[in-house]
Design a protein around this ligand. Sequence first.
Ligand code: TA6
Length: 300
Amino acid sequence: MAKNQAESAKQPGVPAKVTFLEGRGELPMIEITTPWSTAEIYLQGAHVTHFKKQHEPPLLFLSQCSRFEEGYPIRGGVPIIFPWFGPREGMGAHGFARAKTWELKEFVPEADGSVSVRLRLPEYPEAATYPPFELEYVVKVSQELSLELVVTNKSAEDRLEIEGCLHPYFTVDDISAVSVIGLEGYTYLDRVADFARKVETERAIRISSEVDRTYLNATGNVEIHDARFGRLIRMEKKNSASTVLWNPWIAKAQQLPDFGNEEYRNMICVEPGNVASNNIALQPGESSSLQVKLSTAPLA
Ligand code: TA6
């Protein structure tokens, strides 16, 4: 992997570093090192593929079988789902933003040693069926990983209706020792039961089969407790009315060409967004900012 040493943060005494290089599949990638953590962002999809705090397992799961090819979504990390969630006749699932090359607008080494990277989705033909919009993404790397997806309706007269979601794959030691807390009481669409509407009754959700649930009007924060890693992953979110919970389990894992048959054991997706009946409608000039902060702590 050829490394071109690029700018490094010029904050006296703050060893933050931003390097631009060719990542896997020769796709352009940004490598970030802060005093607490490392991260990687591919320009394809503005895709955060790696975040790891020192002395901890990686926060994000990346499939060993992921393809790194232009136009093909990367499997793992944090895919950006926009402007639609789920399958769509004749088009890629989860919208086109994750398969397109984004533009790096700026990176800002902060005085505290963290680094913020701002990216923008350029105009692409696939967006022609929507009113003109601006889509920007800010990734802040520190002891935590903070993500903000901002969509603005640039039309002078048309309403912009979209679904948006951040689709993080979290690394877990073994899914059998994981519980998800914070979704109790919310109504969800159960994709594995033909999108039946159900109410979550579990305070601590355990995974022992395929789970694919869209929790609606679910504005609360979520925790993932990983008993084997002894780690708690906290997801604090703002301006997100939906949370999607997904683990493919055995059969679905075997159907996914870019996902290892056994990898379902080491990942879980908890996805903050605004999807289904929580989709976003913006009047001309309006913006919507989906924000999520991902942090970890020892599991008491
Ligand atoms: O977020 C859950 C989900 O919609 C699942 O149904 C599954 O399809 C997953 O996303 C992955 O989608 P992808 O298009 O990346 O294979």
